[in-house]
Ligand binder design. Structure first.
Ligand SMILES: [Zn+2]
Ligand SMILES: [Zn+2]
Length: 247
């Protein structure tokens, strides 16, 4: 952990110990502590990790026996700019609720829970590979001011601290404020993301291999739009890691 992250974590621990009893903040009916992000063992047992076999490109899991690598129908149809996308867990019940409250209600005490899930799956894979930088999906400046923190950036910072791969938030920015995508179709999401991101003026990349980090992967429209502008600026391969994935 960086000194800043440590001091933030310490302040968070102190204020939480004051305001919250050791109770699961999802069901409020079992024991939980600051260390496990105030999610108790019973709620945690509902978490579904994403396991192979899955689509080589977008990481969509499939039931059944697949011996050869394959791409799902969506990936065959869509032009995606990342080489692969992987997520730690399904964005189901407990995870869906925790991500929502973390992101929109600033429920920062859940951060250790999400970080643990993320690192548990991402670290063993990334340690076998060769990546140069971690880049969080940026928020638009207006939204960043409103929300006061970028959840993707915080998760990316934890991944960077644990993996030793440097993080940079200086390359990418979100230049178009995009409305919530929840009700949009796959095609509408892709259209909505067109022109949403740009590299900062003066940024020229030289083949750097990038891990793009976001909280949730849905259709890949957002992360693919980021990968597209990074590659146009000269990056090498871009892979995507998110904590959760819509299924
Ligand atoms: Zn619980
Ligand atoms: Zn796919």
């Amino acid at each position: 952990m960086t000194a800043l992250a440590e001091s933030l974590q310490h302040r968070l621990d102190v204020s939480l110990a004051f305001f919250y009893p050791d109770t699961c903040q999802v069901c409020r009916a079992e024991h939980a502590t600051v260390k496990n992000g105030y999610v108790g063992a019973r709620c945690r047992s509902q978490v579904r990790f994403i396991e192979p076999p899955y689509c080589e490109r977008c990481g969509l899991p499939y039931a059944g026996d697949f011996t050869a690598p394959f791409e799902c129908a969506n990936c065959c149809e869509m032009e995606l700019y990342f080489s692969s996308a992987r997520s730690a867990v399904a964005a189901h019940n407990v995870v869906r609720e925790v991500v929502h409250r973390y992101k929109y209600q600033r429920a920062l005490w859940f951060e250790p829970f999400l970080t643990n899930l993320f690192l548990h799956k991402a670290l063993p894979v990334l340690r076998r590979q060769d990546w140069d930088f971690i880049v969080p999906v940026p928020l638009h400046a207006v939204k960043h001011r409103e929300r006061e923190f970028n959840q993707a950036e915080r998760l990316a910072a934890h991944l960077s601290a644990a993996s030793g791969i440097p993080l940079t938030s200086k390359w990418l920015r979100r230049i178009k404020p995009t409305a919530t995508q929840t009700l949009l179709t796959r095609q509408q999401r892709a259209a909505n993301m067109r022109g949403a991101f740009a590299v900062r003026p003066g940024v020229r990349l030289d083949g750097e291999r990038v891990i793009l980090v976001d909280d949730v992967f849905t259709t890949g429209a957002t992360t693919s739009a980021c990968a597209e502008v990074l590659q146009a600026a000269g990056s090498g391969d871009v892979c995507v890691w998110t904590v959760a994935r819509g299924l």
